[in-house]
Design a protein around this ligand. Sequence first.
Ligand code: HEM
Ligand SMILES: *[C@@H]1O[C@H](CO)[C@@H](O)[C@H](O)[C@H]1NC(C)=O
Ligand SMILES: *[C@@H]1O[C@H](CO)[C@@H](O)[C@H](O)[C@H]1NC(C)=O
Ligand SMILES: *[C@@H]1O[C@H](CO)[C@@H](O)[C@H](O)[C@H]1NC(C)=O
Ligand SMILES: *[C@@H]1O[C@H](CO)[C@@H](O)[C@H](O)[C@H]1NC(C)=O
Ligand SMILES: *[C@@H]1O[C@H](CO)[C@@H](O)[C@H](O)[C@H]1NC(C)=O
Length: 258
Amino acid sequence: MRFFAHAFAAIAAVVPFLSTSMAQSGTPVAYTDPDTDITFDTWTVSETLSKGGFTFGIALPSDALTTDATEFIGYLLCSSQNATATGWCGVSLGGTMTNSLLLLAYPYKGNILTSFRYTTGYHMPDVYTGNSKLSQISSTINATHYSLIFRCSNCLQWSQGSANGNASTSAGLVNLGWAQSFPGPENPSSPSNITLHYHDNGHNIWAATLKNAPNKSYTDWATMTKTTATGSSSTKISTTTIPASSTPLPAKARTTQK
Ligand code: HEM
Ligand SMILES: *[C@@H]1O[C@H](CO)[C@@H](O)[C@H](O)[C@H]1NC(C)=O
Ligand SMILES: *[C@@H]1O[C@H](CO)[C@@H](O)[C@H](O)[C@H]1NC(C)=O
Ligand SMILES: *[C@@H]1O[C@H](CO)[C@@H](O)[C@H](O)[C@H]1NC(C)=O
Ligand SMILES: *[C@@H]1O[C@H](CO)[C@@H](O)[C@H](O)[C@H]1NC(C)=O
Ligand SMILES: *[C@@H]1O[C@H](CO)[C@@H](O)[C@H](O)[C@H]1NC(C)=O
């Protein structure tokens, strides 16, 4: 991975290699979350590549395969090792860890906290200074897994300093990356000021084909949000926040809150 990720400037050049030789499929599997009724394209990393497994999903505005979307609704399902090593997980929205918008999430005191990051090197990423915004829709935490459904606004085009990049949904194929760690962040109460341990539970890039992600219900789903976080903060904006460890509200109860 190191060789291929570093040796080619253009990720496009490695896509054929990745899709044939990596034990990870770019073909999406449709998943409908039972509590929100949101349908995602999902990609799952097996237990053999990441202990406990890892799944990332994307739902997109209905015209995303013809017009580049700037936002998506995401689904993360990540693994914890035990009650102390509850971990963190993340995605790269450009595939590589470097020069891409990174989003990481971790469980902390019954909530999922998130942070947008960016780095030009393979070390602890900086806080992302662009205008991405994450709004939580629902989350779950148990002894072995945590999940988050969220709206990610201004997340498919990014800029940090003079550098910029994007994930083009109209191409029908986006390069994504995942990383997962068992040790959780240090200083976890402050997402903008965490320090991370290396992702000891795996990482990889995959070329994700978009198929079921665009949906005409996207605009309805995008209003089901409860909390908002930017690159440098994580702020509760609503008293109706669903505790991450509780059973989410049934979809019917939720939609009446719009
Ligand atoms: C202390 C923090 C971190 C360190 C020291 C670190 C270090 C590294 C290193 C050395 C590699 C290359 C490994 C190889 O080629 O075999 C790598 C790859 C990767 N990392 Fe990180 N990382 C950190 C945090 C993150 C975060 C927060 C994310 C995402 C949210 C992330 C996502 C990735 C991805 C997707 C890859 C594979 C793609 C690539 O090689 O560019 N990393 N990381
Ligand atoms: C759109 O979402 C609904 C509700 O999740 C789902 O039943 C439907 O199959 C989705 N449409 C497409 C084209 O995937
Ligand atoms: C949790 O797992 C870590 C290894 O990641 C280990 O060092 C620690 O002792 C374990 N803690 C418990 C309570 O099992
Ligand atoms: C924990 O959550 C995961 C993912 O939702 C689920 O597969 C697993 O069955 C849950 N474990 C328990 C003990 O409820
Ligand atoms: C997306 O990035 C490509 C190069 O990777 C660039 O040609 C294109 O103009 C960018 N699109 C946007 C909307 O920034
Ligand atoms: C950030 O965390 C470090 C320890 O990791 C601590 O010394 C510092 O005071 C923290 N700063 C803020 C603003 O929380």
